[in-house]
Design a protein around this ligand. Structure first.
Ligand SMILES: [Ca+2]
Ligand SMILES: [Ca+2]
Ligand SMILES: [Ca+2]
Ligand SMILES: [Ca+2]
Length: 285
């Protein structure tokens, strides 16, 4: 149905995701979105390399960035994530997204998920990430107790702690991309020089949107309307309580309402804390 473009460099992770999701694209591309996608490809060929060499000025993260808001509010700093969509204000400004609107194109999928998800585009309301599972979600999923995800980055506290990631800071390496998004994209959440890359920068569909984007009551990046249609909880960010948020699970084709189905995410080794050197003994006179 949809032929993957072959002329862009893809990370191994993106390639693997693509192979899994190629067989079923969640929403058939309409002719208008196909046009937008084509223009995105053209821009990718001509303008992509330079675009991605821009650096992101790092700032001081807001002290409210941990504990419940998924990135914190305000502070006006570059590393703040005012709309808690997984991308810092600086990243959003760099790529022309709206830093105070978690779903810049109003399509029901948060900007961060669209930035790293195959075929997603945070500025094109007709392009949402591919997902094998949207059509096979069980209608009567039991909602069980969520595993704690204190920093609301889509990764449960247990998984983060086991793998050396911070369970209280959604962006462990402070590079502007939440930990969960980095694992999906195959970049290193411990290394601020390693960041999610796209085949081409987000491209706008040219539609001016006003008002509020679709409601996402539980802040998992998927709108209430879409969750209702897929049998997912609109009040639990992790419907099946397996420690992985619904948005992350949908991106990597694990089932968001089956705790036995969890994302197969590769986590790089956490950096080893350098030991405090032994004090040099004073020479004896
Ligand atoms: Ca977490
Ligand atoms: Ca990061
Ligand atoms: Ca939601
Ligand atoms: Ca889950």
């Amino acid at each position: 149905m949809f032929r993957e473009p072959t002329h862009f460099n893809r990370t191994p992770r993106m390639r693997a995701l693509s192979q899994r999701s190629r067989s079923s694209v969640s929403r058939a591309l309409t002719s208008s979105s196909a046009l937008a996608f084509a223009s995105l490809l053209v821009f990718g060929i001509t303008g992509c390399n330079d675009f991605f060499t821009k650096d992101i000025e790092l700032g001081t993260k807001s002290s409210t960035s941990s504990g419940g808001s998924g990135g914190g509010s305000g502070g006006g700093t570059n590393q703040a994530d005012d709309d808690a969509d997984g991308l810092s204000n600086a990243v959003e400004e760099l790529f022309s997204m709206d830093p105070v609107n978690s779903d810049s194109d109003f399509d029901g999928v948060a900007d961060g998920l669209e930035f790293v998800g195959e075929n997603g585009d945070p500025l094109n309301g007709s392009a949402v990430p591919s997902d094998d599972n949207r059509s096979k979600i069980l209608p009567d999923a039991d909602v069980i107790q969520n595993e704690a995800d204190r920093d609301r980055d889509g990764l449960g506290d247990g998984f983060e702690t086991e793998n050396g990631l911070s369970a209280d800071d959604p962006d462990t390496d402070d590079d502007g991309y939440q930990d969960g998004l980095e694992l999906v994209a195959g970049s290193n959440p411990f290394d601020s020089t390693s960041r999610p890359e796209r085949d081409s920068p987000p491209a706008s569909d040219g539609v001016t949107r006003t008002g509020n984007p679709p409601l996402d009551s539980d802040g998992d990046g998927i709108s209430d309307a879409q969750e209702n249609g897929q049998g997912l909880s609109t009040t639990a960010a992790d419907t099946d309580g397996d420690g992985f948020g619904d948005g992350i699970e949908l991106l990597v084709s694990s089932e968001a309402n089956d705790a036995a189905s969890v994302p197969n995410l590769t986590v790089p080794a956490a950096p080893v804390e350098s030991a405090t050197p032994e004090p040099t003994p004073e020479p004896i006179e």
